[in-house]
Design a protein. Structure first.
Length: 474
């Protein structure tokens, strides 16, 4: 290898590059004329090492974490490595099955800070020492040229969208998802404010969570939308779903449509409005700026892609929430069932948490005489009546066919008996009778034992004629 010839070739090509990406590609091309290896340059872009230039290969890693692989180790330490046998290096990332050795050196700026790495891999015998020295000298020239051209390339908008789309999939709550979607819309669009307007399955139209560190315009937009009320919000959403995505052209003197007046009052002069999900359960993404601008169609397309990803993630979160609710509640009455009841009584406070075991008197005869559908109607009506008789904070669970348990916090046993008597009266009010056994946990007593004592008190009531309350012995 003629090292000086390699360096001269690189030195000739680099000044002709007008961008950092061209500088990297010209360096790879120059080295490729002399090096019997696959060559790549990875630069640090946002939070990843991104491959920006490479010679032909079956596969290259598009991005690598700065904490991963030999390339990550070299970037993090700023020190190059020579690996004569890649199979012996635990950090080697297998890209090609025939690679046997590699040299990886940092691409440094003139101050010695790493910008990325220059990576060379061989599939046959090679004297690595001279190539390591050459690679380091080439990398130094490349680093200086990158800085002269303004530094590593900025993350493209498509790359930003991809990064944010990945972050949306890991959101664990709707609040977190809304926050991430708003941040993504601002960063990808370049506009200063983003607000999600959503249809809540239980509460109607509402604003999604604000982005982290919302700016002044976003705060004004949110305040105006809240002040406007549900009807104007509905018109904004209906407009987006009826006509699809829309955006302003930033033409001075052009009046806004009436549906957008709350946004105009907030100071919006540039707007992209994108439907999110279906009209009956989705919403609209509003991305805005107080500067007069002209969003290009690519920006609008990116916002549409973001809205689609946000809806997919939101729909998944809502589906999971419904499944969790069904898993933790009785589908007939809507009450909690045995699973959450077991979790609740595990936290029972000795002397204060009373368990009320409840059994419907004569329920079997209802099923036998009128059928199970009639029996279900009785249970639903009775569950509503019992819930209505409980105090705020008391909890009612359905633990069996016609068996319920109430968990109530009390100051003394007599208070628990009073709650039980109200339940008996509530049952009578819907034409049924119930038997109730009451027990308070003893210190050190397992919750299962407390419930067993409540059941025993209940069966005493049954034997004595039903339709009553009994307190288990302390």
């Amino acid at each position: 290898m003629d090292q000086q010839r390699v360096l001269r070739d690189v030195a000739v090509r680099l000044p002709m590059a007008s961008t950092a990406l061209e500088a990297c590609q010209s360096t790879v091309t120059a080295l490729g004329r002399y090096v019997p290896a696959t060559i790549s340059v990875l630069l640090h872009v946002h939070d990843r090492l991104r491959c920006v230039a490479a010679t032909g290969s079956w596969q290259v890693f598009s991005t690598v974490s700065p904490e991963q692989g030999i390339v990550g180790r070299v970037y993090s330490t700023g020190t190059g490595v020579t690996v004569p046998a890649v199979a012996d290096d635990p950090d080697y990332l297998p890209v090609r099955p025939d690679v046997v050795a590699e040299v990886c050196v940092p691409v440094l700026d003139p101050a010695g800070r790493p910008l990325g790495v220059l990576h060379l891999q061989w599939s046959g015998p090679v004297e690595l020492g001279p190539w390591r020295e050459t690679a380091e000298r080439v990398a130094a020239r490349l680093g200086a040229r990158i800085i002269a051209l303004g530094g590593p390339p900025a993350e493209s908008r498509s790359e930003k969208l991809l990064r944010h789309a990945s972050a949306l999939t890991t959101a664990g709550t709707e609040w977190e998802l809304n926050e991430r979607a708003s941040c993504a819309a601002r960063e990808v669009s370049g506009l200063s404010a983003a607000v999600l307007l959503l249809t809540d399955p239980t509460a109607g139209l509402r604003l999604g969570a604000p982005a982290r560190a919302p700016g002044e315009l976003e705060s004004r937009i949110r305040a105006e939308l809240v002040e406007a009320g549900e009807v104007p919000l509905g018109r904004i959403m209906a407009r987006a779903h009826r006509h699809g995505a829309a955006y302003t052209l930033g033409e001075p003197g052009q009046p806004p449509v009436a549906d957008y007046l709350p946004l105009v009052r907030a100071g919006v002069r540039t707007l992209v409005a994108v439907p999110v999900g279906p009209p009956d359960s989705g919403g609209v993404l509003l991305v805005a700026d107080e500067r007069l601008g002209r969003p290009d169609p690519t920006t609008v397309n990116l916002m549409e892609l973001l809205a689609g990803q946000a809806w997919t993630c939101l729909d998944r979160l809502r589906t999971l929430a419904r499944l969790r609710e069904r898993a933790s509640s009785d589908p007939l009455t809507g009450l909690g069932h045995a699973g959450p009841f077991g979790e609740r009584i595990a936290t029972a406070t000795p002397g204060r948490t009373a368990l009320l075991a409840i059994d419907v008197d004569g329920f079997k005869s209802v099923n036998d005489t009128y059928g199970h559908q009639a029996g279900d109607q009785v249970l639903v009506g009775l569950a509503r009546a019992l819930q209505g008789a409980l105090r705020h904070g008391d909890e009612l669970y359905r633990t069996g066919g016609d068996e319920f348990v109430a968990v109530v916090e009390v100051g003394q046993p007599g208070e628990a008996v009073g709650v039980a008597e109200r339940l008996v009266e509530a049952a009578r009010g819907v034409g049924r009778t119930i038997s109730v056994g009451v027990a308070l946990p003893r210190r050190g007593e397992p919750p299962e034992s407390t419930l067993r004592r409540a059941d025993e008190a209940l069966y005493v009531v049954k034997r004595q004629g039903r339709d009553g309350v009994r307190l288990a012995a302390a």
